[in-house]
Design a protein around this ligand. Structure first.
Ligand code: AMP
Ligand code: GLY
Length: 423
């Protein structure tokens, strides 16, 4: 068996690590991969990224299936291209990926299908946007319509902040073309959770719940990032909330897409705000796994991921059951100096903890240069540990983090706090 994982982050390292454990797995190619995925067989990095090159490679190597990590290749139609070439791949088509690649598409879709989300309007004209903020007041949330790598959302506490965000986005200074249209939506109070499912076009299988920490600094201060840490399960997703999310959000989303002629295949990630009354509402859809949520989720997965993805690609998700380790898992992201604005690259990683069954260092922005491992991106590592309780998982993760050494490293010291507060 040979598989191909597309991407280069911590999520892709976790996917490749899990696929590598499947019996009979001869090779897990990762394109382009990172310093962690290039290290141990059967994982192997492939320095390719163009769709045509990847298709030629998958054919020549007789790769059994491909799984896509990040949103950009999905939005660019990599799944359509692989399928047109007769290759097996797990992910949404370009049309389905619009749920993530356009916030306006997602909001209008939810409105059409009665899927709970914050009230909103979309603007291209700054005057009209400013008027809407004057009418609605603050707090209010300003979002760039297009893909902005987690940097296109401003939760404005005051009208002044909201007006400034509108000017920065529509003026093109903040996120470029992604901000040529903005979605302005009501602020939703509550507790966040990440709810990720696999879809095979007809059936849905839920992954374990999780929660990430988007802000850079302790106490949820500082700028938004791609995610500074995550844990699974998320206690806010009680069995009752889980049932509501499936009934009120996931099922109507898949059915609504089908009614509009889009058969959804791939991972579907609903970023949720759970109100004090247990009502889940959608903050965003992603058409992929979360990063760093995937790292703790896959550490808890007991099922063989190759079997799960094989079934998903063949439309047989109803025939398998995904089983989970009862223990909790928690991952702490170790980021580079000056992340998220201008992460410094090229710092030598001088020390790393040893990987064990219960504690894994997933690499993201790392690169092997000769015999040195150096930083090569904003989020460098995600140190992920298991524990009988979330508290114990956290203790073990932070013990391992204390062994990491590279210049300028930064990490949050309070990952998991929101869940532990309630215990
Ligand atoms: P998004 O990329 O849309 O998930 O937004 C990034 C972050 O902004 C979320 O994880 C939330 O913390 C916050 N956020 C987004 N939309 C809202 C909202 N309507 N109300 C409150 N917080 C929000
Ligand atoms: N951790 C948030 C995301 O993957 O979008």
């Amino acid at each position: 068996m040979k598989t191909l994982v597309i991407g280069s982050g911590g999520r892709e390292h976790a996917l490749a690590w899990k696929l590598a454990q499947s019996p009979g797995m001869r090779r897990v190619y990762v394109a382009p991969g990172n310093g962690g995925t290039g290290r141990d067989r059967p994982m192997q990095n492939i320095p390719l990224s163009g769709h045509e090159e990847l298709i030629a490679f998958a054919k020549a190597e007789r790769v059994d299936f491909t799984v896509v990590g990040p949103e950009a290749p999905l939005a660019a139609g990599i799944v359509d291209a692989f399928r047109a070439a007769g290759l097996r791949i797990f992910g949404p088509t370009r049309a389905a990926a619009q749920l993530e690649s356009s916030k306006d598409f997602a909001k209008a879709f939810m409105a059409r299908h009665g899927i709970p989300t914050a009230a909103y309007r979309t603007f291209e004209d700054a005057h009209a946007a400013h008027d809407y903020v004057r009418e609605r007041g603050a707090p209010i949330v300003i979002k760039a319509d297009g893909l902005a790598a987690g940097k296109g959302v401003v939760v404005a506490q005051t009208p002044e902040d909201a007006h400034a965000a509108i000017d920065a986005m529509l003026g093109g200074d903040m996120v470029g073309a992604a901000g040529a249209r903005v979605v302005i939506e009501d602020f939703l109070p509550g507790e966040e959770a990440s709810f990720i499912v696999l879809c095979d076009g007809s059936h849905v299988a839920a992954l374990a719940s999780s929660q990430d920490h988007k802000r850079l600094l302790d106490g949820d201060e500082g700028p938004n990032t791609g995610g500074m840490g995550a844990y699974s399960p998320a206690p806010v997703v009680t069995p009752g909330v889980h049932a509501r999310v499936m009934r009120e959000i996931i099922d109507p989303t898949i059915a609504g897409l089908a009614a509009e002629g889009i058969r959804y295949t791939g991972f579907l990630y609903a970023g949720l705000m759970i109100g004090a009354d247990g009502q889940p509402r959608v903050l965003e859809f992603n058409c992929r796994l979360g990063d760093p949520e995937t790292q703790p989720i896959l550490m808890r997965m007991k099922s063989d991921l190759t079997e799960v993805l094989d079934a998903a690609i063949d439309g047989r998700l109803d025939q398998i059951e995904i089983t989970w380790d009862r223990r909790a898992a928690l991952g702490v992201v170790v980021a580079a100096q000056d992340y998220p604005d201008r992460p410094r690259r090229g710092d030598a990683i001088e020390a790393l903890p040893t990987n064990t069954d219960d504690c894994m260092v997933f690499h993201a922005g790392t690169q092997q240069v000769g015999d040195r491992l150096v930083t090569s991106g904003g989020r460098v590592l995600c140190v992920t540990a298991m524990g009988e309780t979330l508290r114990l998982a956290r203790r073990q993760a932070y013990e391992a983090v204390s062994e990491v050494r590279f210049a300028g490293m930064q990490y949050r010291s309070d990952i998991g706090n929101r869940a532990l507060r309630d215990y």
